[in-house]
Structures are given as structure tokens and as C-alpha cells.
Design a protein around this ligand. Structure first.
Ligand SMILES: O=P(O)(O)O[C@@H]1C[C@H](O)[C@@H](CO)O1
Ligand SMILES: Nc1nc2[nH]cnc2c(=O)[nH]1
Length: 296
């Protein structure tokens, strides 16, 4: 059996159906928590949670081995300010060695659970020279570097039950949700550290060289990371609305004279420092998203 068909429609449906027998929560919003940003899931009330299973066992869709420090590794159901939500408290990355279809499987499970809007968060290095550590970048577009080399989560046979063979990505990041984030951010007094920009995904796990940062910046990327774009492609393919943001946890090193060095501890530390504001931004947005694809 190929990797693609192992993580296909039936697997997703079986997993989603089983999960729905275990909880009364019927989530309309699905949230993916980035590195150091798992506190979002802790905000959920009346939690029912499922640990990602560290082996190949019968619950096919969620048999993942999660070993990244800063990612708890749980699927959490509950209510966020009264709204039914499901959260991935921890995600999977290409650099962990999983096939890209497995990394993105939970997004398809979101769809089958009834989720309409996906909110994706990540930690990223800032390439835009106007960005500071601690800025929150609303993602308006992405550059899918692994995709340039053929590593796209939709590669392989297309299952029309999920979506079309050639999905459009020029509207991947929902304009109204980006505006909502800006409006909520302004109301909360976050104007000074709320930015908008283009996210570039690389495979990782090594951080970028100086030459790589320089070229990515020239290509139009404002921030660089190791996730999100594959999840967004899958979410759009199956018709969910997407909002995504990056927490700029470190400045990408662009200067040969610089003594700065990217490191995961700084990423987690910045996550801790901005956690409260980020959680307030996302949770306030959740209360304003209407399920007829509008917001109040
Ligand atoms: O899961 P995200 O994209 O937030 O995590 C980023 C990429 C690496 O996993 C890690 C590097 O510090 O942060
Ligand atoms: N690729 C990449 N991912 C990150 N995640 C957090 N910071 C960074 C970074 O500088 N580069």
C-alpha cells in the first residue's frame, strides 16, 4: 500500500467518526498550535483530549510519534469562550521524517469533524528588516519551497471526495479573517507589533545560512519557518477557510558581521513572552467568526 493511500479518505473518516463517539463537542474551528504556542489549547474549557499515539496502532489516523520539545502532542476538544473548537497541541514536521501526507492528515480529520475554519500558528524567523522579535505576522501568502521540489501534500492520486486535482492557492489566506485579525489586534492595543507578510516554509531542521536568508528575503519572504504551508494547502483543498499567523521568535541572520545565532530555546522563550497576547488575539477572533463565512 502506498503512503498516500495509507493516509486516505477512509483512514480520516474512521478516525473522525471514532473521535466523535468520544466527545459531544462538534468543533467548527480547528486550531494548530505552533512551537511554544500550545497554551492556546490550554484555554479550552471542558476538555476532552487524545494523546498522539507513539506507535502504529489501530487508531490509524493519529498514530504519530511526537518528540519535539515545545510540542505537547495532544488533540484537544473543548470550548473557547463558548465556541466549540478542536486544537492540535503540537504538530508534525517534515524534518521529523514523516511523509508529508501524514503530517497533514489531522487537517483532513478536522474537515471530517465538521470544522469550517482553520487557524494555524507557528514560530518563525523574521526576514523583513522592519520586523522585531515578538511581532505577530498575519500571513497573507506563502512560498512553499518543498513544493518547488515536488514535495507537495497533494502529490499522488487525487481523491475528489476531498477536493479538485488542481486547487487554487492565490486566495489561500482568507481576506476577511486577515481583516478581522487586524481589527481585533487594533482593539486589543497590539498595533505596534501586529504585521502582515509572506511566510516561506523550508524543510528544516537546520536553521538557515546567511546566504539562504538573503535569497529568501529577495524572493519576497518576510518570515521563514518549517511548517504551516502544507497544512494550509490541505485545508484549502478540502474547502476550509484559513487564517494563519507567525510569531516572529528570532531575527534571521542576514549579515556576516552578526554574532546572532538562531536557536530553539529563543524560539520557545519568545513564545512564552507573547503567549498571553497571542491567545487573546486568537480567542477573540474565534468569538467573532460566524459560521456563515462572515464575522461580526
Ligand atoms: O511548529 P512550528 O512551525 O511553530 O515550529 C518552528 C519550526 C521548528 O519546529 C521550530 C524551530 O525552533 O519552530
Ligand atoms: N526555518 C526556520 N524556522 C524557524 N522557526 C522559528 N524560527 C525559525 C527560523 O529562524 N527559521
Amino acid at each position: 500500500m502506498s503512503e498516500c493511500s495509507r493516509f486516505g479518505y477512509e483512514d480520516c473518516k474512521a478516525t473522525a467518526d471514532w473521535l466523535l463517539t468520544q466527545t459531544d463537542v462538534r468543533p467548527l474551528v480547528g486550531i494548530v498550535c505552533g512551537s511554544g504556542l500550545g497554551g492556546l489549547a490550554d484555554m479550552l474549557k471542558d476538555q476532552v483530549f487524545f494523546n498522539y499515539i507513539p506507535s502504529e496502532s489501530s487508531l490509524t489516523g493519529l498514530c504519530f510519534c511526537l518528540a519535539v520539545h515545545g510540542h505537547a502532542g495532544r488533540l484537544v476538544f473543548g470550548t473557547l469562550k463558548g465556541r466549540p473548537c478542536v486544537c492540535m497541541q503540537g504538530r508534525f514536521h517534515l524534518y521529523e521524517g514523516y511523509p508529508i501526507q501524514k503530517i497533514t492528515l489531522p487537517i483532513r480529520i478536522f474537515k471530517m469533524l465538521g470544522v469550517e475554519t482553520v487557524m494555524v500558528t507557528n514560530a518563525a524567523g523574521g526576514l523583513n528588516q522592519d520586523f522585531k522579535v515578538g511581532d505577530i505576522m498575519i500571513i497573507k501568502d506563502h512560498i512553499n519551497m518543498p513544493g518547488f521540489a515536488g514535495n507537495n501534500p497533494l502529490a499522488g492520486p487525487n481523491d475528489e471526495r476531498f477536493g479538485v486535482r488542481f486547487p487554487c492557492m492565490s486566495d489561500a489566506y482568507d481576506r476577511e479573517l486577515r481583516q478581522l485579525a487586524m481589527d481585533v489586534g487594533q482593539e486589543l492595543g497590539y498595533g505596534d507589533f501586529l504585521k502582515e507578510g509572506v511566510y516561506c516554509v523550508l524543510g528544516g531542521p537546520s536553521f538557515e545560512t546567511i546566504a539562504e536568508c538573503r535569497i529568501l528575503h529577495r524572493l519576497g519572504a518576510d518570515a521563514v519557518g518549517m511548517s504551516t504551508a502544507h497544512e494550509v494547502i490541505i485545508a484549502r483543498h478540502c474547502g476550509m477557510r484559513v487564517f494563519a499567523l507567525s510569531l516572529i521568535t528570532n531575527q534571521a541572520v542576514m549579515d556576516y558581521e552578526s554574532e546572532m545565532k538562531a536557536n530553539h530555546e529563543e524560539v520557545l522563550q519568545t513564545g512564552k513572552q507573547r503567549a498571553e497576547q497571542l491567545e487573546r488575539l486568537v480567542s477573540t477572533m474565534v468569538t467573532r467568526i460566524e459560521h456563515n463565512n462572515n464575522y461580526a
